[in-house]
Design a protein around this ligand. Structure first.
Ligand code: GLV
Ligand code: MG
Length: 323
């Protein structure tokens, strides 16, 4: 079995949407402290602007300056006339500078397999390593949610399932008009709990990441903190950001608190020692007043991996007890 949360440690706390048809926004994005950015050829790009936007994507990736961040392009969905050209032009033009493609409106295994096979053909033709470019699958419709579990295991390239609340709300005919917010009139819980939990379970069962979608009220910090805090608490790895003002908040919500990070590292050290012969080869042991066992180790692995990925470092070392 894969260790939870540690297989795909590419940090994705913040995934910045950058319209590929807007050179000013592409330039601005270079200086922003996000974990991932994606150049968007889909809904943020008008149909007539798509051919020029493809060229802008290739140019922006080849120009570099994106160090330390995951470089992603959102292509158009497989049922459009643009998808194949998006993939061919972007990967042929800048495949070496690309980490993942984000495929929107995924509703079946076939959608992901089409992209996987197309990528393989292009990688072979160009002599690029086959399989290096990953895929993020965006789930944003009733059919997509219904297929989430099989989609999540449909390709070894898959790195994340990504929720798309705007298209999802439209697909379900939810009453709300504010993307990412609760629909007015629904006052007995969180209208997004089911879909978030379903995507999270599907992603974790497949050993990949789960990313929450955008919150469109870009000036509402309290709203953003509340909404991001919910998916972070469930276990999501990160969330989209649409505006520079959203970045710090979301990075912080999806990073473990320093105290939790240090505690997780202590659990890992203490458990490793207690289960070793020097520590008595015990399966369960005490760390201070807390009982720790194999399940504690798994939970600690996730927090420690996220803390390290967020740049946290230890300020102390756990040492074995002296008798
Ligand atoms: C994003 O693509 C969304 O539909 O929310
Ligand atoms: Mg969408």
């Amino acid at each position: 079995m894969r260790e939870p949360g540690v297989d795909r440690v590419r940090p994705r706390r913040t995934c910045l949407a950058v319209p590929a048809s807007n050179p000013r926004m592409i330039e601005k994005a270079r200086g922003l402290g996000v974990d991932e950015f994606f150049l968007d050829l889909e809904d943020a790009c008008a149909p007539l602007a798509k051919p020029a936007a493809r060229r802008a994507v290739v140019e922006a990736l080849n120009a570099g300056g994106w160090e330390g961040r995951t470089r992603v392009v959102r292509v158009n969905g497989v049922d459009t006339e643009w998808a194949y050209r998006d993939v061919v032009e972007v990967v042929e033009g800048a495949g070496e500078q690309l980490d993942c493609l984000l495929l929107p409106k995924v509703e079946s295994v076939d959608h992901v397999r089409w992209l996987d096979l197309t990528l393989t053909q292009i990688e072979r033709a160009l002599g690029l390593p086959v399989g290096r470019i990953g895929i993020e699958a965006q789930i944003e419709s009733a059919s997509g949610v219904a297929a989430a579990e099989v989609v999540a295991t449909s390709s070894p390239r898959l790195e994340a399932l990504v929720f798309g609340p705007a298209d999802f709300m439209a697909s379900l005919t939810m009453r709300g008009m504010v993307v990412g917010e609760q629909p007015p009139g629904y006052d007995v819980g969180d209208a997004f709990h089911y879909v978030l939990m379903r995507l999270l379970v599907a992603a974790r069962a497949a050993g990949i990441q789960a990313i929450d979608g955008p919150y469109l009220r870009v000036r509402d910090r309290d709203g953003l903190r509340r909404v991001a805090g919910r998916s972070a608490a469930l276990g999501f790895d990160g969330k989209w950001v649409l505006h520079p003002d959203q970045i710090d908040e979301v990075n912080s919500v999806f990073s473990p608190a320093r105290a939790d990070y240090e505690h997780a590292e202590d659990i890992l050290d203490a458990y490793a020692w207690h289960t070793s012969s020097a520590g008595g080869a015990r399966g369960a042991a005490m760390l201070g007043s807390e009982m720790i066992d194999e399940a504690s180790r798994k939970m600690a692995l996730v927090v420690a991996a996220r803390g390290r990925a967020a740049g946290l470092r230890r300020t102390r070392r756990w040492t074995p007890p002296v008798d």
